[in-house]
Design a protein around this ligand. Structure first.
Ligand code: SOE
Length: 385
């Protein structure tokens, strides 16, 4: 440890994502020992003192704080990890960039394109390392899909299809807003399933299949009013509960996307399928260690969908973990992302997706919401390189 360079982390937030990211930092040194930098869990911040204190104790942060503004400029902080609700991302990130800190921001980058733009400008002006935690890119099977597509095995791509299905908001008595339920409050979240779930699908889609040119969307809010946890009043619901859109990619393929929190029985079914001229690929989060692959050039007598168990040491990230055949899970995607970020400090390459790349996803989300509101096709303005 002594010869490693310390990256002293300030974690802003104590929710589910703060746990996922903290776990990633803690596993890094053990599973990626070659990295020259090591995270130090310096301080965790929550507006509620008791939460901050118990989180610090449980996860091993050296200290806790209740006001992020008081820690952002500290000289013993090198990196700021933003795990607070979406409406805080811009202010924290812009302040952290001005203070010269590296920034790791939870997705989506912000609530809107306009809110995200100064974040992109701030990190680029300050020249600070930045990344957005779109973690599903780093599921080994999804990274393998990227390698297979880039190798040209699929040939010309015709279709890209993705769903993200959940069912946790069907109960009309579920309140909106406040602790744990801010994702249901449009003011805080910026949107419903579009920013929360489709943003993942869009990030992966553009990474695998290139830019999305234009979109046509429909959204629905099934439960129109919910009690707000903070005001105690029944208030109108502003988020999209479900969203479906189709699109054109820059490469000429067609895309079809759906996200909902009203698919009874589905907890977090993120699935994708890509159909190319020579081959197809499919993957889903409920069976995340398998990649479906159909290769039309196989002998026709035995041609069919293969289910590749992505657990062998020559497959992406797997050599870091256990023996071939045994599985890894959700938390490992964050360890992989943290490892890639820490490696980028050595290589001086960007750690994708950067704020700039995440802003392209933001543009698609916004075009989707505008299309649904206007009932018109919308150009995304995406510039995917
Ligand atoms: C809740 O809908 C949620 O936790 C999202 O916020 C995450 O980004 C997604 O990965 C799982 O579902």
């Amino acid at each position: 440890m002594t010869n490693k360079r310390q990256v002293r982390v300030a974690m802003i937030g104590t929710g589910f994502m703060a746990r996922a990211h903290s776990n990633a930092y803690k596993r890094l040194g053990d599973f990626f020992p070659e990295l020259q930098h090591r995270p130090i869990l310096k301080v965790v911040c929550s507006r509620r003192e008791e939460k901050a204190r118990s989180f610090a104790e449980q996860w091993g942060y050296e200290s806790h704080a209740t006001d992020w503004r008081k820690i952002i400029n500290r000289s013993d902080i090198d990196a700021v990890d933003i795990c607070a609700p979406n409406d805080t991302h811009a202010e924290i990130a812009i302040a952290a960039a001005a203070a010269g800190k590296m920034i790791l921001c939870e997705k989506p980058l912000a609530r809107t394109v306009a809110e995200a733009q100064p974040m992109v400008d701030a990190v680029e002006k300050a020249g600070v390392k930045n990344t957005v935690w779109y973690n599903y890119r780093r599921v080994p099977a999804v990274t393998l899909a990227k390698q297979v597509i880039d190798s040209g095995k699929l040939g010309r791509i015709f279709h890209y299809r993705a769903n993200f299905l959940q069912d946790w908001t069907i109960n009309p008595d579920l309140p909106q807003g406040g602790e744990a339920l801010w994702r249901l409050d449009n003011q805080t979240a910026g949107s419903g399933v579009t920013g929360d779930l489709l943003a993942h699908c869009i990030d992966t889609a553009m990474w695998l299949n290139g830019g999305i040119k234009d979109v046509s969307a429909v959204t629905e809010t099934f439960i129109k009013e919910r009690m707000h946890q903070e005001t105690g009043k029944v208030q109108q619901v502003g988020i999209d509960d479900a969203c479906i859109f189709h699109c054109h990619f820059d490469n000429g393929s067609l895309g079809l996307f759906e996200a909902t929190r009203y698919a009874r029985g589905q907890k977090a079914l993120y699935s994708l399928e890509i159909n190319g001229e020579h081959a197809s690929i499919r993957w889903d989060l409920h069976d995340q260690n398998r990649l479906g692959f159909f290769d039309h050039s196989d002998d026709s007598l035995v041609r069919g969908w293969r289910s590749v168990h992505v657990s062998d040491s020559d497959q992406p990230y797997i050599d870091r973990w256990w023996i071939p055949g045994v599985c890894i899970g959700y938390e490992h995607t964050f360890v992989h992302h943290a490892a890639d970020f820490f490696r980028s400090l050595e290589t001086n390459e960007p750690c994708s997706p950067t704020f700039r790349e995440a802003q392209e996803t933001q543009k698609v989300c916004e075009a989707v919401l505008n299309s649904a509101a206007s009932r018109q096709w919308q150009d995304t303005g995406v510039n995917w390189v």
